[in-house]
Design a protein around this ligand. Structure first.
Ligand code: ZN
Length: 307
């Protein structure tokens, strides 16, 4: 069964370790060989700029990751196709893998809307206003102040709407979350689980999850044990509790996958890299109807592309 993975940090790994190859380096949870083995048909690649990087270097760092996306991921692998426009997804042929760029945190463009437009022009299709820290657009979940969006943050949401770009709520403070839900046409949570099942600060409570379902968004399940059961190891059963729970509050058509491969060191046992995706599918097929599993794996996100 095909898979649509909404979040990985392979570009950060490629950026930090310049000598590794996207083709088959086992250092990468997501590489070409593993994507093919896992039958991943669409992979979102996050651009992540560490908050420690000085402000005047952040845009440059993001551009370097986009450059690695083009030179190492796309140009060296003819079966990898960059998704420039959402419609490109429908042109993918059998065996081809669509690669989508996302931006994890507005720090990369600061308050410079020319830089933001440049990201759109380079094909960024999803923007989370923050990582865990605060920035000029909004507070992230790690900012003790817990404020919401600034006027600039609201402007970015409007621009995302106009450019048919997802606004990703996964790292936002609670107040920022509700501000985005109020204004975003295409809200998603690319990598978060249920706070009712596991009280990690990055997870979503029931009201937040239901608001995403109501706005026709979706939530990508994250495979990192601290987000699943607050420990350093988790089983498929532990992960599937989150899916079960979101189904029980009306989310069966709004559940997706957002691994966080290459962004975390520990993962669900048996799901250590993207080459193992079909094992997850088999586990899901034991517990859910086939069309439901196809929804989680691929279709729930695919049917909610901005149009
Ligand atoms: Zn993240």
């Amino acid at each position: 069964m095909k898979v649509f993975d909404l979040h990985c940090d392979a570009l950060l790994r490629l950026h930090d370790h310049r000598n590794i190859s996207f083709t088959d380096d086992p250092e990468l949870h997501v590489n070409m060989e593993r994507l093919m083995k896992g039958n991943v048909a669409l992979q979102v690649f996050a651009i992540y700029v560490d908050p420690e990087i000085p402000s005047d270097m952040k845009f440059q760092t993001a551009l370097e990751q986009i450059d690695l996306f083009h030179t190492e991921v796309i140009e060296k692998h003819p079966q990898m196709k960059k998704i420039v426009h959402w419609n490109d997804i429908h042109q993918l042929e059998e065996g081809e893998i669509g690669a989508v760029l996302s931006l994890e945190g507005a720090d990369a463009f600061g308050n410079d809307l020319t830089k933001l437009r440049t990201f759109y022009q380079l094909g960024v299709k999803s923007i989370g206003l923050t990582w865990n820290n605060a920035n000029l657009c909004a507070d992230g979940i790690g900012e003790p102040r817990g404020a919401g969006l600034t006027e600039l943050g609201f402007e970015v949401v409007r621009m995302n709407n106009d450019n048919k770009v997802w606004t990703d709520v996964s790292h936002l403070s609670v107040k920022s979350f509700w501000d985005v839900m109020d204004k975003a046409t295409y809200p998603i949570a690319s990598h978060s689980n249920s706070k009712t099942i596991c009280p990690h600060r990055r997870n979503l409570d029931d009201e937040q999850a239901k608001a995403i379902f109501q706005k026709n968004g979706f939530i990508g399940m994250v495979f990192s044990p601290p987000f699943i059961n607050e420990t350093d190891s988790a089983t498929f059963d532990d992960l599937i509790k989150h899916i079960d729970y979101f189904c029980s509050i009306g989310g069966v058509n709004h559940i997706a996958l957002g691994s966080d491969f290459d962004g975390v060191s520990r993962l669900v046992t048996g799901l250590e890299h993207s080459g193992k995706y079909q094992t997850l599918i088999e586990e899901l097929l034991k517990r859910f109807k086939e069309d439901e599993v196809r929804g989680f794996a691929y279709k729930n996100a695919l049917h909610r592309l901005p149009v």
